[in-house]
Design a protein. Structure first.
Length: 156
C-alpha cells in the first residue's frame, strides 16, 4: 500500500469523536517552538506539500524524518491519545491537543493506548524501518481535518 493510500484511508477511518473538540489551552501559542518529534540525531528527508518522485507529483500532509537506530517517536506537546491504528507500514498514534492533532506514523511498536494522557516528550513507540532499512517517521500537525505544515510548528 502506498503512503498516499495509507493517509487517504487514515483520513476516512478517523472516528468522528476526534473532531469538534474544545480549543487548545496553549498548543497554538507554541507554533515554531515545538520540540522535534523523534529522539536522537535526525534529518528531514521529505518536506510538507507537493513532492516529485520519479516524475510523479505526490502530496504529503506531513514531513518525513529519518532517525538513527533505536530512535523513538515522542510527543511534541501534552495531550490525550485519540487513536492508535495499525497499518501495513506500522502503527500510527494520534494525539489531541484541543482542536489540534499531531500524528506519528510508521512506528514499529507503540507504548501508549487510546485514552492515555501524555506529557510533552513522552516516548510513543519505536520508529519503524522503511524499505531501505532506514528508520523514518511520518509526522503531521493538523487543525481538525486540515493538514498544517509541521516545519512551521517544530523548532528544527
Amino acid at each position: 500500500m502506498t503512503i498516499r493510500k495509507l493517509f487517504f484511508l487514515f483520513a476516512l477511518l478517523l472516528p468522528s469523536g476526534l473532531f469538534a473538540q474544545n480549543e487548545p489551552t496553549g498548543f497554538a501559542t507554541e507554533k515554531g517552538n515545538l520540540p522535534v518529534p523523534i529522539t536522537g540525531q535526525y534529518k528531514l528527508i521529505k518536506p510538507f506539500g507537493t513532492n516529485v518522485v520519479g516524475g510523479i507529483e505526490l502530496g504529503s500532509k506531513g514531513v518525513y524524518v529519518r532517525g538513527k537506530s533505536g530512535c523513538q517517536a515522542r510527543a511534541v506537546y501534552g495531550g490525550k491519545v485519540a487513536a492508535v491504528y495499525e497499518f501495513d507500514t506500522g502503527y500510527c498514534v494520534v494525539i489531541r491537543h484541543g482542536s489540534y492533532l499531531t500524528v506519528y506514523a510508521r512506528l514499529e511498536d507503540v507504548s501508549v493506548k487510546q485514552g492515555h494522557m501524555v506529557k510533552p516528550l513522552a516516548n510513543l513507540g519505536k520508529v519503524a524501518r522503511d524499505a531501505s532499512g532506514e528508520r523514518v517517521l511520518h509526522f503531521q500537525v493538523r487543525q481538525e481535518r486540515e493538514a498544517l505544515n509541521p516545519s512551521l510548528w517544530v523548532k528544527w
